[in-house]
Design a protein around this ligand. Structure first.
Ligand code: NAD
Length: 500
């Protein structure tokens, strides 16, 4: 597939201070189609000087522009215009996202719908007054707690949900009155370039949104090291998050981190078997497992485990792996040959650790798929918590299986991870369900469901899965400073240093 004629992706690709420009000290990068390895298009990438220009434009728009003081109703109206444009280009954006990430068109359409919903949600939320009056006990004092934009925000996103993850940042940042510098993943920059084109068309003031595609090492590091950035909002891997946090600490720059997960899916013996198998399969293999909240760790009651795993293996082997643009495909390729090599190394590791392969464990045989980065849904049985494939995020279509016999053991296994992003529980017993979802130390816990979310509820992780929350009111608060205003309406001499 070739996207060079795509109107939403016309070069040049840096958007600085309201203009589309060529990089001053950056370069270009070929963006590849994971379905067949071909070149989709060539994009411009920023260099350090371009990043400085972007930050300076965002700083000027924040310090001397109108955006932070623009009435909330006008900021809300801009978000709604962006949502309308996204809606009008839903199919174009889905096509671009599928070409760039490899995910199925059905998934891309769902992503775009969620992106639109996020812009609409923050357009609504920002109009709600959250200022608070405080009773100081002194009737002469009016004490108020108000919220103001944090300032210049660097927004750094990963490759697995490029448009969705970036929208979870851009929408609340603009709603709050911040100005932003946007850096998509160098692996999948295309839908973000298209989004910024639509934001430009929606009439965002110059300097409020700036786009600097490029690598983490060059563009990401330049953003992270800048003393003129007030907040770095990052979604990506845990080790990159730790690196960003430590570099940001030198300037005491705020960080918001959405990192990885190794998410347990607990299945009790009384769970409805059909929906449980279906949910475990979808949780593990949607988008070929390249999902931060993928349920990659099945923890199943020993009394049903053999039958449950056999059915899972049968169903996994029947998943139709193929190009995302083919409606017959149920899941697409991995994002790149390099990423597939990492997944293959984890499969080799699992075998060497003694796990028993019961499904997949190899590339598909179909010669028509040979040029793409495909990998079959893979299941390892007989796993235990000492194995690295049970503890580390593989970010591919690999499901590990552990068994339990008591509720306490299931909870202990579910919490036995350095991460804490998401977990699922399946049981027909509501009392047990409530006990277990409260005991699990994860940012989102689903009971008899998996992988679903809503823009109105917070998303984020315990432990190594991150710092802070996106979505919901907390997702807006990430982009706000809290200020206390104390107004004495009857000033009088205090007399502390009275000379009398
Ligand atoms: P990554 O950490 O390799 O890269 C993420 C982004 O950071 C990219 O834009 C990259 O260019 C940039 N980057 C890399 N090094 C940098 C540096 N030194 N300074 C600044 N920026 C730098 O992650 P990835 O491989 O793109 O994405 C996969 C990871 O993202 C997985 O671990 C996944 O779990 C996580 N993720 C988390 C969530 C969540 O909501 N918690 C959502 C999606 C993905």
């Amino acid at each position: 597939m070739v996207l060079t004629d795509e109107p939403l992706l016309r070069s040049p690709g840096l958007y600085l201070d309201g203009c589309w420009v060529r990089p001053v000290d950056g370069g270009t990068r070929a963006v590849h189609d994971p379905a067949d390895g071909g070149v989709l298009t060539i994009v411009d990438e920023a260099g350090p000087a371009d990043v400085s220009t972007a930050i300076a434009a965002a700083r000027a728009a924040f310090a001397t522009g109108d955006w932070p003081a623009t009435p909330k109703a006008e900021r809300s109206a801009l978000l709604l215009r962006i949502a309308e444009l996204l809606d009008a280009h839903r199919d174009d954006l889905a096509r671009i996202e599928t070409a760039d990430t490899g995910k199925t068109l059905r998934e891309s359409h769902l992503d775009i719908d969620d992106v639109i919903a996020v812009f609409r949600y923050y357009a609504h939320l920002v109009t709600i007054d959250t200022d608070r009056l405080v009773d100081t006990g002194n009737p002469a004092v009016i004490s108020r707690v108000v919220h103001e934009p944090v300032g210049v925000c660097a927004l750094i996103a990963p490759w697995n949900y490029p448009l969705l993850q970036m929208s979870w940042k851009i929408a609340p940042a603009l709603a709050a009155g911040c100005t932003v510098v946007v850096k998509p993943s160098e692996v999948t920059p295309l839908s973000t370039i298209a989004l910024v084109r639509l934001i430009d068309r929606a009439g965002v003031p110059a300097g409020v949104v700036n786009l600097v595609p490029g690598s983490g090492e060059v563009v990401g590091a330049a953003l992270t090291d800048s003393p003129d950035v007030d907040l770095i909002s990052f979604t990506g891997g845990a080790s990159t998050g730790a690196e960003i946090a430590s570099r940001a600490a030198r300037h005491v720059t705020r960080v918001a981190l959405e990192l990885g997960g190794k998410n347990p899916h607990l299945v009790f013996a009384d769970a409805d078997p059909d929906s449980a198998v279906d949910a475990v399969l979808t949780g593990a293999f949607l988008h070929s497992g390249q999902v931060c909240s993928a349920g990659t760790r099945l923890i199943v009651h020993a009394s049903i485990a053999d039958e449950f795993v056999a059915e899972l293996a049968r169903r996994a082997a029947a998943i139709r792996v193929g190009p995302g643009r083919d409606p017959a495909s149920q899941t697409g390729p991995l994002v790149s040959p390099e990423h597939r090599a990492k997944v293959e190394a984890y499969v080799a590791l699992g075998l060497s650790e003694g796990a028993r392969l019961v499904a997949g464990g190899r590339r598909p045989d179909d010669p028509a798929l040979a040029a793409g980065s495909y990998y079959l849904p893979t299941i390892f049985d007989d796993c235990d918590r000492s194995m690295r494939i049970v503890q580390e995020e593989t970010f591919g279509p690999i499901l590990t299986v552990e068994r339990f016999t008591t509720e306490a053991q299931a909870v202990a296994l579910g919490n036995d991870t350095a991460y804490g992003l998401a977990a699922g529980v399946r049981t027909a017993d509501p009392a047990r369900g409530e006990r277990v979802v409260r005991a699990l130390r994860h940012g989102t816990v689903w009971l008899n469901d998996f992988g679903v979310y809503t823009p109105a509820a917070e998303w984020g992780g315990f432990g190594r899965s991150g710092i802070g929350r996106e979505l919901g009111p907390t997702g807006l608060a990430e982009y706000q400073e809290t200020k206390h205003l104390w107004h004495n309406t009857a000033p009088a001499v205090g007399g502390w240093f009275s000379t009398g």
